[in-house]
Structure formats: structure tokens, C-alpha cells
Write a protein that binds this ligand. Structure first.
Ligand code: ATP
Ligand code: MG
Ligand code: MG
Length: 531
């Protein structure tokens, strides 16, 4: 069937849009400014750009701002930033609100042509009548009656507020979206761009086809949950007497353990469950980038989805694995030792005076720059490493050489308090089982806060009927203190690094002063569950 075609189209990514002519294709990305862009929007935006470029056509960026209660300039600005981040360049932005005068004229034209009517049936009853195929008592009112009530709506009077404007389509249609959809509603809320000029706002069903057609869009791409409404979209344009626009659906992107609804994300922001729309636990463009995803990986992932036919529910691991392949060859290496349980190892034949060697921050990628490593007689080891060594064992100290552990000193509870050993630099690093990270015992070490994050919800696949409030993950953030090599003082916000043997991190808060730790957020690598 048709849906299958769509899946295949997306799968291969080289299928043609219907009736697409080279040089004459116009697509559009129409976010509602009611939140920041999330990864699903990124897919929609990238697909629109992809087809515009492929047909040497145009892409319009349009803010679909018809619902003043949820929208704001903050969202407009951040969406523009997010598009910039994704490298999406289109014409505009245009705003549906720019067309409010024309949309009102169109509404009046449709009333006068008998193609729409004013209805004051209460909302719930209207829904029930739509399900049951029952016509509203107002459906056959005269044009004059409708016009008079429309004036009440436009003025936002008490009478007007009881009413809405509905299409007169087909109350018996098998496709329920054709059962007299709502075109305009009264809403007394001030709009972020046009202020309180209007008391009535068009619905998506009315405004979207109108603006698409007027702006010259040839192909309107929408995620497939709107598929049943395609017929309605075509019918609206026909009733308006406007040029036809092709609707082309693509499958909606979903991720395990993830909410991709702006309304639900807004709940987390409003209830301080996250730091904001850019929280690294959020699936927003800003959130996942703050978590350590590269734009390159995001684009690769979205454009590679084509290979899979079952696009409904994606695993995060696949995306993070792609990301790892991008960051690993270039991100600098540093060393950290966890604060808690760390142990000093005294190398009895170690350097009496500390000395410094300059080393690359990445052994195979010179552009990552250099770092200074200080070598001291006493060095810090992670508590877990100290617990893993045994007396007489030869180990490798990374970027230094071998050492033989001579003595493991414990207190009366069995806690290791100190190790001693001797450097054995002529020993072969190939023969040792343990390769240990270490830090010199110098005052220049920096304090680190290592942040691990988890999904915000505990259910893998959230169904329409699920209440997300019942599956909230009670704990989604852990912070561990560590010490790190002094070179990390120069990390910049946004820089991605690897802490040897600990994993990849992104610098969220750089060095400010000794007492305030540098905040590093753990980047999932698609392999180990990071928590
Ligand atoms: P939300 O439910 O998060 O509010 P929305 O669909 O209402 O999402 P819009 O701002 O209206 O958000 O969406 C802009 C475009 O992004 C639309 O074309 C929409 O189909 C698309 N889109 C939204 N969510 C997804 C998703 N999860 N996968 C693919 N495309 C999406
Ligand atoms: Mg929407
Ligand atoms: Mg939605």
C-alpha cells in the first residue's frame, strides 16, 4: 500500500518525491515555537533540506505560531540557533502569524460561500457527534447568522467565546478528519508577535495548507502520524480554491526511554526536574549536544536511518556508537583519579625531584595539541586499582613504564591506605596484566566533578495511553569528585575529551578557581551502560 511506499522511500533515500521537477521543488520546515528543537524535529528539518538540495529547490523555514498560549520569542530564538547548529539554511524565517489578515479574509470568504459555519456546540459534545457522524444543529444556519457570530468571535465577546468556526465537509466520511474540522477558535491570550490584536486564531488544519500553498511550497513533508489527515489537507486547499501541494509523509522518529513531546518536556522544565531545555538528559538538539553528541554524528544517524525499515523506535546506543567513531580519533586524552578511596603509591627509587615531559594530547592526532606530565616519587592511584594489585606484582604505569608493587599497607579495617613499590622501567609493558592510570602528587592538580546521567523515564516504549508521570526515573544524575591532571585547567566549555580508562566526557563548566570543580559530563559510547 501507500504507507509501504513511504517506508521504502525513506529507506532508500533516493526515491523521487511525487511530481518533483528539478529546480522547481519547494519544501518547508514549520516548527511551532513552543519548545526547543528535539531530535525528531532535527530529522524533519534535515529531510526537508535534503530534498530541497537534491532538486536544487528551496527550503522555507516557517514558524507555525498559531497557538499563543504555548509560544514565545525565547523559543523562536532558540529554534533559529538550533537550525544554525544543524547547518540548516533556508529562506525566511516566515511566520504563520504574518498571514493572520489573509487567513481571516479566507475564513470570511468560506463563510460567505457556505463552506464553513459557526458552531457553539460544547467541545465534548462536538467530539462525540464527530465520532457518531451526527451533524451539528448549527450546520445549516444561514450565511448571515454565521457572519454575525463570526463578528462576535472576532471581537472576543462572551457570545463569541462560546463559538468556533468549522468546515462544512462531510459528517459521514469514513475518514473522521473530514467530519467538519475546526478552522478558527476564540482565544483571549496575547500573541508573542502580534500582541492582543486578535481574539481568534486559526487551527493548524486551516492555516497550514493555506500558508503552504501561498508560499509556493510544492511538497509538504510531515511525519506519518498525520497520514489520516492528508485527505483533509487536500480538501481544505480545494475548498479554499488554492493551488494543490503534495503531502509526503515520513516516519516519526522515536527513541527508547525518551519523551519527544514538547508539552511533556515543558513539564520537566516547569517542575525543575531538569536544568532547562538544554539539559543534557533532554532529547533536544541543545541537550544532546551538551551531553557530548557531535552534529556530524547526529546528521549521519538521521541520514543513515534509511537502511532500516522499522524506524519506529530507535536505540540510543546506535547513535552514541556513531558518535564515538567520530570523537575517538581526535579527542584529547587526560587523566583523572577518583577522589574517594584514592591511594598514594610511593616509588622508593622514583625521582627525588619532580620532572616534566611534554606529550601529545592524542598519540595519533597531532592537532589535539600537547600536554605536560609531571613525574613524582609519590603518585595517586584509583582506589579500585590499588585494591587490584598484589604484593610482588609488576604493573605498568601508563606513559611511564613498569613498577613492581612491594608493599600494600592496610589499616585495621582492611582498607588500603598506602602502597610502595619500585620503578622497573626496563620491564616489558607487554607482560603486565594491569595498565594503571596515575597522577603525580602535586598541588597543581585540578578538582573535577564527573557527572553520569540516566534516562528521565523508566519505560522503554511509552504508549499513547501511558501517563509519563507514573514512569519517572527517580534518580537521573550522579556526581563523583575526582582529581585531574593540571592541563585540564585549559579545557573550554564544549570540549570533548577522554579520561584514560574512564571514558569520554564533555566539559560543561570549565576551570574558574581552585575551589570550584571543573564539571565533566560522561558521554555514552554505545557500549557499556554508563550507569
Ligand atoms: P511535539 O509533539 O514535540 O510538539 P510537533 O510535531 O507538534 O512535536 P512541530 O513544531 O509542529 O512539533 O513540528 C515541526 C515538524 O517536525 C513537523 O513537520 C513535525 O512533523 C516534525 N516532527 C515533530 N516531531 C517529530 C518526530 N519525533 N520525528 C519526526 N518528525 C517530527
Ligand atoms: Mg505541532
Ligand atoms: Mg505534537
Amino acid at each position: 500500500g501507500e504507507n509501504n511506499e513511504i517506508e521504502k522511500a525513506e529507506g532508500s533515500f533516493d526515491i523521487d518525491l511525487p511530481d518533483a521537477e528539478m529546480g522547481n521543488v519547494c519544501t518547508r520546515f514549520p516548527p511551532e515555537p513552543s519548545g526547543y528543537l528535539h531530535i525528531g524535529h532535527a530529522k524533519a528539518a534535515l529531510l526537508n533540506q535534503y530534498f530541497a538540495q537534491r532538486y536544487k529547490g528551496r527550503l522555507i523555514i516557517r514558524f507555525d505560531d498559531t497557538n499563543p498560549a504555548k509560544e514565545s520569542n525565547e523559543f523562536v530564538e532558540n529554534i533559529l540557533n538550533d537550525l544554525d547548529t544543524l547547518g540548516i539554511k533556508g529562506e525566511g524565517p516566515t511566520y504563520t502569524s504574518d498571514y493572520f489578515p489573509q487567513l481571516m479574509e479566507m475564513a470570511e470568504k468560506m463563510i460567505s460561500e457556505g463552506k464553513s459555519y459557526i458552531d457553539d456546540t460544547p467541545r465534548e459534545q462536538m467530539q462525540k457527534e464527530r465520532m457518531d457522524g451526527i451533524e451539528s444543529v448549527n450546520r445549516n444556519n444561514t450565511v448571515e447568522q454565521n457572519m454575525a457570530l463570526w463578528k462576535e468571535m472576532v471581537a472576543g465577546t462572551e457570545r463569541g467565546k462560546q463559538c468556533c468556526l468549522r468546515a462544512k465537509m462531510d459528517m459521514q466520511a469514513a475518514n473522521k478528519s473530514l467530519r467538519d474540522p475546526v478552522y478558527y477558535r476564540c482565544n483571549p491570550i496575547s500573541h508573542h508577535r502580534v500582541g492582543s490584536k486578535y481574539k481568534v486564531y486559526p487551527t493548524y488544519d486551516f492555516a497550514c495548507p493555506y500558508v503552504d500553498s501561498i508560499e509556493g511550497v510544492t511538497h509538504a513533508l510531515r511525519s506519518s502520524e498525520y497520514h489520516d489527515r492528508n485527505e483533509q489537507y487536500y480538501r481544505v486547499l480545494q475548498d479554499m480554491g488554492l493551488r494543490k501541494v503534495h503531502v509526503w509523509d515520513f516516519s516519526r522518529l522515536n527513541f527508547v526511554y525518551t519523551l519527544l513531546s514538547k508539552r511533556k518536556l515543558q513539564w520537566f522544565v516547569d517542575n525543575s526536574k531538569v536544568e532547562g531545555w538544554d539539559d543534557p538528559r533532554f532529547p533536544t538538539v541543545q541537550g544532546i549536544i551538551r551531553r557530548g553528541l557531535t552534529v556530524e554524528a547526529l546528521k549521519q544517524f538521521i541520514l543513515s536511518q534509511g537502511a532500516s525499515k522499522n524506524l519506529n523506535l530507535m536505540e540510543w546506543d546506535k547513535l552514541w556508537t556513531m558518535n564515538k567513531k567520530i570523537i575517538d580519533p581526535i579527542c584529547p586524552r587526560h587523566t583523572a583519579v577518583l577522589q574517594e578511596g584514592r591511594v598514594l603509591l610511593c616509588l622508593t627509587n622514583g625521582p627525588e625531584e619532580p620532572f616534566v615531559r611534554i606529550a601529545p594530547r592524542h598519540k595519533k592526532y597531532e592537532e589535539a595539541g600537547k600536554k605536560a606530565t609531571t613525574y613524582t616519587k609519590e603518585i595517586w592511584l584509583d582506589g579500585a586499582d590499588a585494591a587490584a594489585v598484589s604484593e610482588g606484582e609488576e604493573v605498568t604505569l601508563m606513559d611511564w613504564g613498569n613498577a613492581i608493587i612491594k608493599h600494600v599497607e592496610k589499616d585495621k579495617n582492611g582498607t588500603i591506605i598506602r602502597l610502595s613499590g619500585v620503578l622497573h622501567l626496563e620491564g616489558s609493558v607487554k607482560t603486565t596484566k594491569l595498565k594503571l592510570t596515575w597522577l603525580p602528587d602535586i598541588s597543581e592538580l585540578v578538582n573535577l566533578s564527573l557527572v553520569e546521567l540516566d534516562h528521565l523515564i523508566t519505560k522503554k516504549k511509552l504508549e499513547e495511553t501511558d501517563n509519563f508521570l507514573e514512569v519517572l526515573n527517580p534518580c537521573t544524575r550522579w556526581e563523583g569528585l575526582a582529581i585531574g591532571d593540571a592541563n585540564m585547567r585549559n579545557l573550554k566549555r564544549g570540549e570533548i575529551l577522554q579520561l584514560e580508562r574512564k571514558g569520554y566526557f564533555r566539559c560543561d563548566v570549565p576551570y574558574l578557581r581552585p575551589s570550584k570543580p571543573i564539571v565533566l559530563i560522561a558521554i555514552p559510547d554505545g557500549r557499556k551502560q554508563s550507569v
